[in-house]
Design a protein around this ligand. Sequence first.
Ligand code: NAP
Length: 256
Amino acid sequence: MRGFLLKNALIMGASSGIGYAMAERLARDPGIETLVLCSRRALSSPPLLSLQSQLAAAGRECLLLEVDITDEASLSALTEHLKKDLQVIDLIINTAGLLHSSEVAPEKALEQMCLASMQQVFAVNAFGPILLAQALMPWLKARRPVVFASLSARVGSIADNRLGGWYSYRASKAAQNQLLKTLAIELARRNPEAIVLALHPGTTDTDLSRPFQANVAQEKLFTPAFVAEHLLQQMMQATVEDTGSFIAWDGQRIAW
Ligand SMILES: NC(=O)c1ccc[n+]([C@@H]2O[C@H](COP(=O)([O-])OP(=O)(O)OC[C@H]3O[C@@H](n4cnc5c(N)ncnc54)[C@H](OP(=O)(O)O)[C@@H]3O)[C@@H](O)[C@H]2O)c1
């Protein structure tokens, strides 16, 4: 499945949904030596603990780290921890994202917008991915092949916005896209072998989409395993010419 040698991978947002499915898929790859799996609750996630035991039994390393991508101290702790353990990271995937929570709901009308929930959504979806890249800069700027892929969403495309609604989520993904494109340009100068991608998974059956699945046709609602397989293929096939692109699960380019 790969166009470059993949030994060490890090997934942010690995405790559920698409991130967990990617962790499971990578754990089945015999070439993987170290998996670093992060989220705010990684250490209390039974599926991640079980994956860690399976990998340990096979003599492979799986680090579970509790990290909040909206918290700079937490990201600095990640950097310091990894500096001790890992010289090389080949693949960095960010799947952390926020559409709804007990405090946040996607807005259908302007009257529903409020600063505090906009800030929360932007913190996770827009600022988090670029702060994560900053924390992992020692590995991104090393002059060797590395992929940094972060999950965006087609609704973040300004060109494709026909339905409106979901102001904060859409805008936060559009902001993420711009930040990733800017990172791709900087990294092309500092490490010409780095590839930065914004990826759209398609509507996937996870906690994030569950309250909004009613109008989704069954064949258009993907399983996390299906999406993980396809997105990992996109990451493995990408070349430096693709850096700074917004790509869907099936390889289609999405207009900004
Ligand atoms: N599902 C879809 O239909 C769909 C469609 C388009 C785009 N996407 C995008 O795809 C990505 C993955 O979505 P998903 O459906 O897999 O979501 P999910 O099931 O809600 O999983 C999100 C993961 O991110 C972690 N996370 C949340 N906030 C975090 C933070 N501040 N710091 C670190 N980790 C955090 C969560 O774990 P903890 O709670 O342990 O931190 C969880 O593991 C998101 O960016 C989403 O916007 C999804």
